[in-house]
Design a protein around this ligand. Structure first.
Ligand code: IMP
Length: 425
């Protein structure tokens, strides 16, 4: 992998692919790490020397003391979640002063947004299964130009904008819940948090432009995954932001020409949280084994993740949409005990026609059945292996088969949760 260049890390599936660990591994070589979309719906888990750190907003490069970490303007920021996370990082004796920056034009998630998110979900029959963090409603307010951004916290217009927002939502379907919020308390607590965050607020695009001028490499950290992208995922069962690599430019404020290398992370199998289609889902004992062995429970909500086999039509779509240079295959060790491992190579419709790329229309997807190639399990240990030659031969075959099918090199095979547990090819 050419890690000297600016690199974008994205998820190729429905999130939870293990991007956090990969960002943490690569961050050693990148002086700058930027989150460019999503919010605290993300849960990036890092394990260093047996110690677990879960990050939701702060970039996963923060544990590398030399890395400067940025929250770009594509991220929706919940002030209390951010402060709580910063405090827990400081408690872990990681200094963030002078190396953590919050974009002044990032949109805010205010206490009304989780209320609207949960009320909206409760009212739906066919639920998306959102994280309930207010992500969607905050992006809606941002796009409608009603919302508040970080810089508004420090401007004369703050209360006026907040009042207009409260008035707008008080008249809406969930107005009752909004009216119950105590305005004075709300303003007091927001102002207090704004004061705490002030030293970290910065012109992130200008800082990144300086880094580019000095030829210092930037790592862009994606959240969620391509199949959850609002434009290209399994709409409407998606998140509210663009998860694809090209959004690293708009979501952090750098020119598109500064994105040089795209790395997509995929599990050796597949998971999804919340509602929506999942063609290779295993609603049986095998799925349950994947869940238990892979600890497939949400890092943000603790929800059970749905589990299934790897889905190549979805991955081919992700590779094309993101312009992927190389793949990282994670959690191969979870498959160590399985007798048989299946790979969905393509889908078929009722007429037996073959589809190698997952379609955008859910109606079309519903009419397709996954077609599998069966692999004999390697039934031996790959956990924490660090050299390609030490991986079980059948696992090597599995990796090479995926590479050929996807026409994309797999540059890293991750073999465990610890920072050092991976094979670089
Ligand atoms: P929202 O992002 O909270 O609006 O949720 C929309 C959909 O995206 C739901 O299906 C969530 O489960 C899913 N989602 C959001 N963030 C993540 C994540 O970090 N990992 C996996 N799924 C996610």
């Amino acid at each position: 992998m050419q890690d000297k260049k600016n690199t974008v890390i994205i998820g190729a599936q429905w999130g939870d692919e293990g991007k956090g660990k990969i960002v943490d591994v690569l961050a050693e070589k990148f002086p700058h790490v930027v989150r460019f979309h999503g919010g605290h719906n993300a849960g990036h888990t890092l394990w260093v020397n047996g110690k677990k750190t879960v990050l939701h907003l702060v970039p996963s490069g923060i544990l590398h003391k030399k890395a400067k970490c940025y929250i770009g303007s594509g991220v929706v920021v919940d002030l209390s979640a951010l402060i709580e996370e910063m405090q827990s990082i400081k408690k872990a004796k990681v200094d963030i002063e002078g190396r953590f920056f919050l974009s002044s034009n990032a949109p805010l998630i205010l206490p009304i947004h989780p209320v609207l998110d949960k009320a909206g979900e409760n009212a739906k029959e066919n639920k998306i299964g959102t994280t309930g963090r207010g992500i969607g409603p905050a992006y809606e307010d941002f796009v409608s130009r009603r919302g508040l951004r970080v810089h508004h916290l420090y401007e004369k217009c703050f209360e006026e904008r907040l009042d207009a927002l409260l008035a707008y939502h008080s008249q809406g379907t969930h107005g009752k819940e909004i009216k119950e919020l105590d305005r004075a308390e709300l303003i007091k607590s927001i102002k207090k948090m704004a004061k705490q965050l002030k030293p970290f607020v910065a012109d992130v695009p200008a800082l990144l432009a300086k880094a580019i001028e000095k030829n210092e490499a930037i790592l862009f950290e994606g959240a969620q995954g391509t199949m959850l992208d609002v434009s290209y995922g399994t709409y409407p069962f998606v998140t509210s932001s663009q998860c694809v690599a090209s959004h690293a430019a708009t979501g952090s404020g750098v020119g598109a020409k500064h994105l040089h290398n795209v790395v997509a992370v995929t599990k050796a199998y597949c998971t999804r949280v919340g509602g929506g289609p999942f063609p290779t889902e295993l609603d049986n004992d095998i799925g349950e084994s994947l869940r238990q062995i892979g600890h497939e429970f949400g890092a943000t909500t603790g929800r059970k993740r749905r589990c299934g086999w790897i889905d190549l039509p979805a991955l081919r779509r992700a590779i094309a949409l993101n312009g992927v240079d190389s793949l990282v295959l994670t959690k191969v060790d979870v498959l160590d005990t399985f007798k048989e491992i299946m790979v969905c190579t393509h889908y078929e419709n009722s007429k037996g026609e073959k589809f190698t790329l997952s379609p955008f229309s859910l109606e079309e997807l519903e009419g397709l059945k996954p077609v599998y190639k069966k692999f004999k399990g390697w039934k031996s240990n790959s956990a924490d292996v660090k050299n390609w030659d030490d991986l079980p031969a059948k696992l090597q075959d599995y990796v090479i088969f995926l590479e050929k099918q996807l026409k994309t090199p797999i540059s890293i095979v991750s073999t465990g949760q610890e920072r050092e547990s991976f094979v670089q090819r």
